[in-house]
Design a protein around this ligand. Structure first.
Ligand code: SME
Length: 161
């Protein structure tokens, strides 16, 4: 495939709809998990210019920083700590409209204002999370949750984990 992304315009949903088949094309024929996480992070950053988008992976009972796009970030997050550790512990997507209102939020950057974290499920286990941060309040909702979930499913279906 051509490693070029066509940036879409329109509503957030239209942008996700345009990005989805491109993400599928990028990932579907590659089985390497790291390569696929790296390209998914890059595709999301390129389309939406999120402040930070990346992965944390479960290793030795912690979340450890994986491929990402954006400023340098915390490398390790404990189980049930912060938004990422909570999404891991609960194996649930968490939308945070205002990070200051989330008890225990871990501020890797003081510029991050809202956040969405999705668990990455494999064989009924949470093996990591996808974390997307915005520099604005209230950036994420059910539309982001739906399409990011689809992208995580494409990732886990194609990759050897
Ligand atoms: N805010 C996250 C930490 C990761 S950074 O945002 C990249 C949290 O509370 O878990």
């Amino acid at each position: 495939m051509a490693e070029d992304l066509t940036r879409a315009t329109g509503t957030k949903e239209e942008q996700y709809q345009a990005l989805l088949p491109q993400v599928k094309a990028l990932i579907d024929y590659e089985s390497d998990f790291v390569a696929n996480m790296a390209n998914l992070a890059a595709a999301l950053k390129e389309q939406f210019d999120f402040f930070w988008v990346g992965f944390y992976l479960v290793k030795d009972e912690q979340l450890v920083l994986g491929p990402f796009q954006g400023p340098v970030a915390c490398t390790r997050i404990a189980h049930n700590r912060g938004v990422c550790g909570t999404a891991w512990a609960q194996a649930k997507t968490i939308v945070v409209p205002d990070v200051e209102a989330f008890p225990g939020h871990i501020a890797c950057s003081s510029l991050s204002r809202s956040e969405i974290v999705l668990p990455i499920m494999h064989d009924d286990n949470c093996v990591g999370v996808l974390d997307v941060d915005s520099a604005e309040l209230n950036s994420f909702d059910a539309v982001d949750a739906k399409y990011l979930q689809e992208m995580v499913q494409i990732l886990t279906a194609a990759s050897i984990i």
